[in-house]
Ligand binder design. Structure first.
Ligand code: SAM
Length: 232
C-alpha cells in the first residue's frame, strides 16, 4: 500500500490495541485519517486541527454519518469537531485526550515553532499517548531523482539520530517515554542501514496526573482555535 496509507494504518492499529476514547489529529489536512478513525466504536470524541481552514472546509463532508450508520446505535456516541488553528498555540478544548496524532506535520514547522509545538502538545495538552511521524532523511538516497528535501515546504528532514535526540529531550522535559517505529521498508539488505521511509515516535505519558508541570497554574480556558464544524 502507498506510504500515506501505511502511516494511517499504523495509527489505526494503535487505536485497535489501546482503545482511546478521545483522539485528536493535529495537521489533519484533508481529514483522511479522521475519516478512517470514525469507524472505531471505542472513540467518542474525534477532533481535527489544521492551520489551513479551506482544506478542512472542502473535505469535511466525508465525515458526515453514512445513512447506514444510523442503524448502528453505537455510532451515536461519536462526536467530531474540526478546528482551524495552529499547533503552536494552546487551546484548552484540546486538553485531556487519550491520543494525539501528528502525521507528517512537524517537518513543516520552523525549529522555533517546533519548540512551541512541543510545549503545547506535551506540556499543555498532556495526552496519554502521542504518535508523531516525520520523514527519515537517511532513506532519501533511495528515492530516484530527489535532491534536498522530499517536499519544498519541509523546513527540515531528520536522520534517525536527530529525531531520537529531539524525542528524548521532549520526554525528559515533559514526562513521557518514547518507542521508535516506522513504515515504508527499504530492500532487506539496506533496511538496517537506512531505516524506514517514515519514522514514527510513540510517546506515553509517565508523569502522574497531579504532578506539577510548567503549565500547572494555567487553568484558565484559552480558545485560540476556530471551531469550523461539529458532527454529532
Ligand atoms: N496529517 C495529514 C496526513 O497524514 O495526510 C496531512 C499531512 S500534510 C503533509 C501537513 C499538514 O499540516 C497540512 O495540512 C498543513 O496545513 C498542516 N499544518 C502545517 N503547519 C501547521 C500548523 N502550524 N498548525 C496546524 N496545522 C499545520
Amino acid at each position: 500500500p502507498p506510504l500515506h496509507r501505511q502511516r494511517h494504518q499504523f495509527v489505526i492499529d494503535f487505536v485497535q490495541r489501546n482503545k482511546p476514547k478521545k483522539v485528536a489529529d493535529l495537521g489533519c489536512g484533508e481529514c483522511t485519517l479522521l475519516k478512517k478513525l470514525r469507524f472505531h466504536r471505542e472513540i467518542e470524541l474525534l477532533v481535527g486541527v489544521d492551520v489551513n481552514g479551506s482544506k478542512l472546509q472542502k473535505k469535511k463532508n466525508g465525515l458526515a454519518p453514512l445513512s447506514a450508520d444510523y442503524l448502528q446505535p453505537s455510532f451515536n456516541q461519536l462526536h467530531i469537531e474540526l478546528y482551524q488553528g495552529s499547533v503552536t498555540q494552546k487551546d484548552s478544548r484540546l486538553r485531556g485526550f487519550d491520543l494525539v496524532t501528528s502525521i507528517e506535520l512537524i517537518e513543516h514547522l520552523t525549529l522555533a515553532d517546533l519548540e512551541c509545538f512541543s510545549e503545547v502538545v506535551f506540556g499543555y495538552m498532556t495526552p496519554l499517548a502521542v504518535i508523531i511521524s516525520t520523514p527519515n532523511s537517511e532513506f532519501n538516497p533511495l528515492f530516484p531523482g530527489v535532491e534536498g528535501f522530499r517536499h519544498s515546504d519541509h523546513k527540515f528532514e531528520w536522520t534517525r539520530a536527530e529525531f531520537r535526540s529531539w524525542a528524548l529531550k521532549v520526554c525528559l522535559e515533559f514526562g513521557y517515554e518514547v518507542e521508535f517505529a516506522g513504515v515504508g521498508q527499504a530492500p532487506s539488505d539496506q533496511q538496517e542501514r537506512v531505516g524506514f521511509c517514515s519514522q514514527i515516535g510513540v510517546f506515553h505519558r509517565v508523569r502522574r496526573e497531579n504532578d506539577c508541570n510548567m503549565f500547572c497554574d494555567d487553568t484558565e480556558d484559552v480558545f485560540s482555535y476556530t471551531l469550523l464544524h461539529i458532527i454529532k
